[in-house]
Design a protein around this ligand. Structure first.
Ligand SMILES: NC(=O)c1ccc[n+]([C@@H]2O[C@H](COP(=O)([O-])OP(=O)(O)OC[C@H]3O[C@@H](n4cnc5c(N)ncnc54)[C@H](OP(=O)(O)O)[C@@H]3O)[C@@H](O)[C@H]2O)c1
Length: 320
């Protein structure tokens, strides 16, 4: 007879404000040949999860447990999975919290192929700043194929991903300029490690400078202005949609003028990328600010806090 252990989960049954996150009792999932049970210890809360909760993601159907990333331990796994019970693991994207239930629960069923180990010795809360935010930052940086000492611009530098890019890029030896819409935040960006900070006003970079590569986190509304600041042969990688705009209107491919435009999706992460990323993080002791830590039961308040954005940094929820 199968024993059902009860756990807590935040389920979204219908689109709505943060009260649509309903805390319920559910049976803990069971591992099978291709999926392990992960005990969720901590995770970052992200604005695109809020947009999904509001019904803004056409590919996500309710009821759903949201949450696209987590750190935790393997709680149960098949004997030949290659994973060990108790191993510290992280998971990112790949349908987690979107096509199937994600991290907003105490135990999650995760495909074995998207459970990654990491060489990291810090607390669960500190560990939780890395999976989605840093793997996106690291992958986007690789996509630019920069040479040592090349000049990079990070558009949306005060976002968690933006800060991670600044730190990883400086550790990789690049020259870094970062942007904020707010003049009052430019000093913060320099303190965070950027060589230079530039204002992004009304979708226009307030500089005449050109760059070998740009990572644009603001999205469709600014990307062609970013391309206009790239050297011939350089690359602009669009990673974020902070502007809330998904689609580029009146795009003319000839405006690229021998420069490259690409995107990066965190679903491309694999164990090799995670290993290389933590090697760089550990060698340079890289962290970004954690603006606030919420207990699991306060998850709706954590989502509201992310959207209010009173402070720069990652918002973490812990189940401990
Ligand atoms: N492609 C992927 O796989 C992937 C993975 C992770 C994240 N992302 C995307 O990356 C972006 C950053 O994520 P995050 O979690 O790091 O964000 P975050 O920390 O919540 O970003 C907060 C920052 O966004 C800026 N911002 C807010 N509204 C804006 C607007 N309307 N226009 C321009 N900037 C605005 C603000 O900067 P200022 O006020 O200082 O200008 C604020 O400091 C998001 O769009 C997210 O969806 C993509």
């Amino acid at each position: 007879m199968e024993v059902h252990i009860i756990m807590k989960a935040f389920v979204v049954n219908h689109a709505g404000d943060s009260s649509a996150l309903e805390l319920v009792d559910r049976p803990m999932p069971h591992a099978d040949a291709t999926h392990s049970v992960m005990r969720i210890r901590a995770f970052g809360v992200h604005r695109y999860e809020v947009l999904t909760r509001e019904g803004g993601s056409p590919s996500v159907h309710f009821p759903r447990v949201l949450g696209v990333e987590a750190v935790g331990e393997v709680a149960a796994t098949a004997p030949d999975s290659g994973l060990k019970v108790g191993a510290h693991v992280l998971t990112i994207n790949g349908g987690f919290g979107r096509a199937f239930d994600g991290s907003y629960e105490e135990y999650a069923l995760v495909p074995n192929k998207q459970l990654y180990t990491a060489d990291y010795q810090g607390s669960w809360t500190d560990f939780a700043q890395y999976p989605e935010t840093f793997s996106t930052a690291y992958g986007a940086l690789q996509s630019l194929r920069l040479a040592p000492h090349d000049h990079l611009l990070v558009r949306g530098g005060t976002s968690a991903v933006g800060l991670a890019i600044i730190k990883l890029a400086k550790a990789s030896g690049y020259q870094v300029t970062a942007t904020s819409r707010k003049a009052a935040r430019l000093a913060f960006l320099r303190d965070a490690g950027a060589d230079e900070a530039v204002q992004d006003r009304d979708g226009q970079l307030q500089t005449e400078s050109m760059y070998a590569g740009i990572i644009d986190l603001v999205g469709a509304t600014t990307v062609m202005n970013s391309v206009a600041h790239i050297n011939v042969g350089g690359t602009c990688c669009m990673v974020g949609l902070l502007s809330g705009e998904w689609v580029m209107h009146e795009f003319s491919p000839f405006d690229l003028q021998n420069r490259y435009l690409t995107t990066y999706d965190s679903g491309f992460a694999d164990q090799q990328l995670i290993n290389a990323m933590f090697a760089l993080i550990n060698a340079h002791h890289i962290t970004i600010p954690i603006s606030k830590v919420f207990p699991f039961t306060d998850l709706p308040a954590a989502q509201d806090y992310v959207m209010a954005n009173p402070q720069i940094g990652e918002v973490i929820v812990t189940t401990d």
